[in-house]
Write a protein that binds this ligand. Structure first.
Ligand code: HEM
Ligand code: HEM
Length: 217
């Protein structure tokens, strides 16, 4: 890659990231023909959708995306990765509560009753997928927080973290496509595509390393 191209990519990396992980999702949201609800409910929806996209962005903010990031310092990329990780995992941990929260301002079922009903809907595949994704996300957050206390070398931790991320994003994507009220067909396709290429980059890196290692023996 030429130096000019490299500089150009560095300059536009942030713009590309904002377009892919914020701009296009917001465009899908605003162009969709959904029945609009209260401002509170719509804001919670937008927050959740954007949080999902920041989870997806994590695959592109790691060494698996070296080609695009080669003009950026990896140490600063990891800093951004960690910040986005902790911040949006925390927001998504609140997601089941945020779904029932608006009921606080409505008459009818109490938020707590609705939350218990939601968290016991084991017969609903979409909810079940969400619960599995939630547990994987919690493990992802906790094993990042306690990385130094785990009996794993940094390299093994990173592979563990990568595989856990793939499992998490797989369940999360299926959950959102099956249950999300804004998951129209084109939006679902976009979400699945961003997830697919993120995972592909990671697996490609793992397999090319494996092949290289075999070649050394
Ligand atoms: C919760 C806070 C998180 C922290 C502190 C964290 C930290 C890290 C660190 C230190 C690395 C190694 C970077 C490198 O050396 O290149 C990494 C890699 C990675 N992270 Fe995270 N991360 C977090 C959340 C996430 C989430 C939520 C996802 C995905 C949904 C994710 C996906 C990945 C992937 C795919 C890699 C590449 C793995 C590899 O290089 O083998 N991370 N993360
Ligand atoms: C205990 C676990 C979970 C439960 C019970 C749950 C439940 C739900 C429900 C009921 C909806 C539909 C909300 C509506 O129609 O307004 C929904 C949507 C959604 N969920 Fe989850 N979920 C869980 C975990 C997750 C996780 C871990 C993610 C992480 C990415 C996630 C991301 C989303 C997104 C992006 C939407 C679409 C929001 C929208 O279009 O308004 N969920 N979830």
């Amino acid at each position: 890659m030429g130096i000019i191209m490299e500089k150009l990519i560095k300059k536009y990396n942030i713009i590309i990231a904002i377009v892919v992980f914020i701009g296009i999702p917001l465009l899908f949201y605003s162009l969709g023909n959904y029945p609009r609800r209260s401002i509170l409910k719509e804001s919670i929806s937008i927050l959740t959708i954007l949080a999902l996209f920041q989870m997806l962005s994590q695959f592109y903010l790691a060494r698996s995306n070296k080609v695009m990031l080669q003009a950026n310092k990896m140490a600063s990329v990891v800093k951004v990765h960690k910040f986005i990780g902790y911040f949006f995992v925390s927001i998504l941990l609140l997601h089941p509560i945020l779904i029932v929260f608006p009921r606080y301002f409505e008459s009818g079922v109490e938020p707590i009753t609705a939350l218990i009903a939601l968290l016991t809907s084991f017969d609903n595949t979409g909810v079940l997928l969400g619960m599995i994704a939630y547990v994987l996300m919690l493990i992802l957050g906790l094993t990042s927080l306690m990385r130094n206390k785990l009996p794993l070398s940094y390299k093994s931790w990173r592979v563990f973290h990568g595989i856990l991320s793939v499992l998490f994003i797989g369940f999360a994507t299926c959950h959102v496509i099956s249950l999300g009220r804004h998951s129209s067909f084109p939006f679902s396709l976009y979400i699945a595509g961003v997830a697919f290429f993120g995972v592909l980059f990671l697996l490609k890196m793992y397999f090319s390393k494996l092949i290289k290692r075999k070649g050394d023996i």
